[in-house]
Design a binder for this molecule. Sequence first.
Ligand code: ADP
Ligand code: ADP
Length: 235
Amino acid sequence: DPIIDIRGLSCTYQDRGTVLRDLDLSIKPGEFVLLTGPSGAGKSTLLRCINGLFQHDGIQGTATGDVRVCGKDPAATRVCDLARLVGTVFQDPDHQLFSSDVESEIAFGLEQLGTDPAKMKGRIDEAAGAVGVGHLLQREVNALSWGERQRVAIASVVAMRPSVLLLDEPTSGIDQSGAGHLVSVLKRLNEETGLTIVVAEHRYEHFSRVCSRLVSVQDGAICYDGPPVSAGLQA
Ligand code: ADP
Ligand code: ADP
């Protein structure tokens, strides 16, 4: 069964018109999908329908069609339950980091979920270790580099053990070597935990080597869906 199942999704912003056109997309558990296409193609909007933020953020527009994650409609899922369903890492990590030190940052979401205090430390270490920030737990978030803050944001989301992980333009704020590091961190996370990952990036070079599938969006519709190599040759 697909873990993400989208049928006939169309999205319109009030002041912009149609952004997604009757889109179908089905993603299986454990896939690592690179969602690519030019800026303005509709990638972020698609992510916003998968994580329910299109509705939960009260965006002025309409989304029609059927979106299911683990059989549930994210738009109809209570915000407090969404974190377990879909984890989202936004472009700018500072938009989702609130605590002074790294350990408290990762603990925050777990506390919101009512995690057993006895299991807290283990869950924090597990998430921090998975994305290579285990050595930064006692550090001030503000003193970290962009790439480190981004990995802390990922750890905070992953700690809540979401069914799927979405990342929107994750390499846009980091240099070439930082991007390479991020790619290998996500690849390992996907391989070792089986977490389903969808990365939206207008550049495909960073993730095309590691993703299992490439979905290219142009003008609100999917124009390529298949193995990453042949798409790379086309582009
Ligand atoms: P991408 O992520 O591929 O760059 P987006 O989904 O962000 O594409 O945007 C698709 C189109 O929708 C763009 O023309 C963008 O300006 C427009 N758009 C995105 N968000 C909004 C919004 N909140 N209100 C109005 N228009 C929007
Ligand atoms: P991305 O390219 O990563 O999708 P954008 O620059 O398109 O990012 O959008 C950044 C933010 O600005 C998003 O929250 C989006 O909803 C908002 N936005 C984009 N285009 C518009 C628009 N035409 N009107 C209102 N908000 C917009």
